[in-house]
Design a protein around this ligand. Sequence first.
Ligand code: NAP
Ligand code: F7E
Length: 340
Amino acid sequence: MSGQKTALITGISGQDGSYLAELLLGKGYEVHGIIRRSSSINTSRLDDIYQDPHASHRRLFLHYGDTTDASMLANIVRETQPDEVYNLAAQSHVKVSFEIPDYTGDVTGLGTIRLLEAIRAAGISTRFYQASTSELYGSTPPPQSETTPFHPRSPYGVAKIYSYWATVNYREAYGLHASNGILFNHESPRRGETFVTRKITRAVARIVAGLQDKLYMGNIDAVRDWGYAKEYVEGMWLMAQQDEPDDYVLATGEGATVRQFLEASFSHVGLEWEKYVEHDSRYERPSEVDALIGDPAKAKEKLGWVAKTHWRDLAKLMVDADRKQLDDELSGRHVRADRG
Ligand code: NAP
Ligand code: F7E
């Protein structure tokens, strides 16, 4: 029998899923990922690791599915018998969750129970990672650690708290090796374009190129602890390698306002952000999370994990990547979306 491990990733086409798939393939895993059927291509973040279905010795396998489809989840877990399951699928946009709360609860909350039940039904011994979030803390002031009380402030946060406790419950009730990664905001050139960092860095690139002259923003006083997604997926993997399952905060430990991120991004290309940014209340939330700054001490001590890239360097690397992507597009060179 080979020592090769098998992993199943829900949400493999997302920012984190694509980085995690790359990491696991690099470690020699066979990787199975669940993707949604879409009328347009939704696997662009996987272009660099895509393997032709006809190729021999293939190690990346994509399966159609949805976290709302329990029978599909049961079938895929039974068929792939994964050593590790990473549950990253979610309707992950906080503002959008106020507009589609029922759907968000179904996908982001109940989807986790469906997957946990699929694991139980398959009768396999697997390790389970749940993509929990700093949004659980909501209005509880920073610094936030594993022992800080939760007070979510959105349908997204409420759905994620269900998944957090489902993960703890299956650990306690069934002895499942199930861990929560309570991840603070993490970004990259692959970040979805409507999250605040990418919205800013993409706008900077377009303003420099003369394609845009205004950027409309919501609450720029909000404080976030932004790290680099590529580093955070390593932390996910480390949690699954521990002898005992547990819950861990991953964060940089440094906070900044959206205003500061604007300043860092625009000044990187020699522009003053105040000349381009205007307020638009449509980007505000019915209830805001004012400040999230994580305390990653436990992850450092137990996992040996530390965030290397903090928000200023992140802003620069994302602006550079967006400028390069736009240059390539404008010069007609073939690029996939969200390279980086
Ligand atoms: P993302 O880019 O929005 O990716 C979400 C993934 O979930 C995508 O692959 C998406 O597929 C998939 N998905 C959405 N609805 C689904 C459904 N009904 N069935 C199956 N798959 C579905 O999110 P991310 O930034 O990579 O985050 C990964 C996970 O960590 C999410 O659970 C998120 O809530 C959580 N999280 C993120 C952060 C952060 O700062 N990035 C922090 C803490 C926790 P499509 O590509 O087809 O849309
Ligand atoms: O907003 C403010 C906004 O949408 C950050 C998700 O990955 O991280 C993410 O959730 C802040 C908020 O991320 C705009 O009000 C101002 O205070 O980039 P965001 P988020 O809501 O923190 C957590 C950890 C997750 O788990 C989520 O899945 O920026 N803000 N103006 C704006 N935000 C957006 N999107 N657009 C604006 O125009």
